[in-house]
Design a protein around this ligand. Sequence first.
Ligand SMILES: *Cc1c(COP(=O)(O)O)cnc(C)c1O
Length: 448
Amino acid sequence: MTDPRRALPAVGTVLDGVQVRACAAHWTLAMVTDAVRALLTAARAGAPLPADDAAWAAAVTRHLEARTQASLRPVLNVTGVVLHTNLGRAPLAPAALEAMAAVARGGSTLEYDVAAGARGDRHAHATALLRELTGAEDALVVNNCAAGLVLALQALAAGRETLVSRGELVEIGGSFRVPEIMTASGTTLVEVGTTNRTHAADYARALGLRSAAIVKVHRSNFALEGFVAEATIADLVPIASGAGLPLIHDFGSGLLLDLSAWGLTGEPTAADAVRAGATLVIMSGDKLLGGPQAGIVLGTRAAIETLRRHPMARALRVDKLTFAALEATLALYRDPERARAEIPALAMLTAAPEAIHVRATAVAAAIGPSATVEASEASVGGGAFPTARIPSAAVTLPGDAMAIERRLRAGRLPVIARIAESRVRLDLRSLPPEDDAMLVALVREALA
Ligand SMILES: *Cc1c(COP(=O)(O)O)cnc(C)c1O
């Protein structure tokens, strides 16, 4: 065996190559020099040494592309989980993307009142639409649902006690644990009832002089079945108001449209939640609402005003991009049919199974004879409708599932698929239809 180190060229020699030098026109000479050094170091450790100028140029390009790749980049979601928290939850509607670009480019009315020619109120954006669509008296937009709950507890219950059912001391999405959020908000948690059964009388009995609020948490990502009981918001309203305490409803999903016609039943809409009478209803912007990451706090004028004036509101506020996307998404809901068609999360969740099957058949045919179509079950994700299984269709790829799944992830645009029964499955319900052609191209590249 020859010692590869013997054959290592000098950095300058590699940089003299015509094609390597051409790389410097695209990147910079300093970056190309660094890349050559890194590749030589790798070769010294045993990596293959590029054979000629063309091979060096290709290796330098690959190295610099990997090094300069953005950390946050798009992927194709064919997991069948429509609101995948790890993949960024709701895709935005075209109207939301346009609104973001429009205010991102230059100045905006973020805190400026054009009519008055004077300073305006950041918190005014989206508020009118939220009131119109949910029937709430007032609304406040913060960073996410967790932030909304933190702000509500800090403003209304810090230093005192907050009552929560033992059945609602849940963990939602890995880092959101109701008891930890309460502690971090400076309120003392008072556990009420038992894991499977909590009655209205349990809350009434737990009330005391130090009570500051009652919190009701939507269970979101799991279902309790069997010998269970819980107090509804309607049960809790008289108890809270009788004691003069705010009732805070951590509602989560942000559902604005009744989707029961599409098989998604049993979850209240935001308007239902507001009507039930809690003082505050808190929900996410990027779950079933289909908008940007945001926490939407709906409630009485007085409670929202208290939150708005709290110093933490400044720390939890959102930027112009969020307001732009949220307002544009909410505006689509003025026409429910338009919302369902144009908000991608809703369009994906309500697409006819036959339509998904037709797409899957076309995608499989374009991939090649080895790809087949199978019935699949998609899910909502994002901790909403946790038990709902939505009929869907998946393209199934033969071969070594682990290896194919890995190659799909390593492509120029990562394809995030699912493995079931030792087969890679590409569920098309979670992919916008306009990405089907791109999916075909990426799968063919991965299989080549
Ligand atoms: C998803 C969810 C949360 C967390 O929402 P974020 O917007 O991610 O902070 C909190 N509570 C409930 C009930 C949820 O469903």
